[in-house]
Write a protein that binds this ligand. Structure first.
Ligand code: AMP
Length: 249
């Protein structure tokens, strides 16, 4: 079974994100970029399925600038077999990403697409769901466990107050949650081997998809600054402040 794993190039999660002075977005110039952490979990899950003999081929896909090849190489070093870069500049919204992925699914014929539950840059949490709708496939979102058996995939989902297990007939869409697995670090020999793995480059036009934005960002703002704390002299003063100032007890 072939797996398609979309991996997004995003600002590294350790970077303190700064809003541009004109409020049109966040600074990305000279900022460390990495693979979206939920996509690392998706690649890890795909590699584990291949190691178990369930999957036969893993194709990593990124939609973004030429530099997104770096994130595809990371996926290849973790164990993906080949990559596809859909080279596109500027903001590519989830609906456009989903349409591009649909076109690739029709070309490649995977049995499962494993995406991250959300990209940590735009926090959309939309692409997997949109792709499932466009393809008419079942979706298991927020997965904390994935088991493939007899032409179906059982997905345990993290829902409010517990876990829910759904059975999806393949082909299907899965989106990863944090507790699904702990992604491996690529070893040096695997990083070297990944250099030889093929990456195909296509343009959105080759896939017949118009990526023009449908949304307009009106303003991006920093969150309000947290006020400094104060030291209290006694438990009685703490209780008084909680009761009379914070009004929480
Ligand atoms: P989002 O809906 O933007 O929060 O993204 C959810 C998931 O869709 C991500 O974790 C990726 O797996 C996938 N995705 C979104 N945008 C891209 C992109 N530009 N390239 C590759 N995968 C993407």
């Amino acid at each position: 079974m072939k797996l398609l794993v979309p991996v997004k190039r995003v600002v590294d999660y350790n970077v303190k994100v700064r809003v541009k002075p004109d409020g049109t977005g966040v600074e990305t110039a000279n900022v460390k970029m990495s693979m979206n952490p939920f996509d690392e979990i998706a690649v890890e899950e795909a590699v584990r399925l291949k190691e178990k003999g369930v999957a036969t081929e893993i194709v990593a896909v990124s939609i973004g600038p030429a530099q997104a090849q770096e994130q595809i190489r990371t996926a290849l070093a973790m164990g993906a077999d080949r990559g596809i870069l859909v080279e596109a500049e500027g903001t590519i919204e989830p609906i456009a990403v989903a349409k591009l992925l649909k076109a690739l699914v029709e070309k490649e014929g995977p049995q499962m697409v494993i995406l991250g539950k959300q990209a940590i840059d735009d926090d959309m949490n939309a692409t997997g769901q949109m792709l499932a709708a466009l393809l008419g496939w079942g979706q298991g979102t927020f997965a904390s466990k994935v088991e493939v058996a007899d032409g179906a995939v059982n997905v345990t989902r993290e829902v409010d107050g517990g876990l829910e297990t759904v059975k999806l007939t393949l082909p299907a869409i899965v989106t990863t949650d944090l507790r699904l697995n702990e992604p491996r670090y690529a070893s040096l020999p695997n990083i070297m081997k990944a250099r030889k793995k093929p990456i195909e480059t296509v343009k959105p036009g080759d896939l017949g998809v118009d990526t023009a934005p449908r949304l307009k960002v009106i303003k991006v703002e920093e969150p309000p600054k947290r006020q400094a704390g104060v030291k209290v002299a006694s438990a009685a003063e703490l209780v008084s402040k909680l009761r009379n100032e914070a009004k929480v007890i």
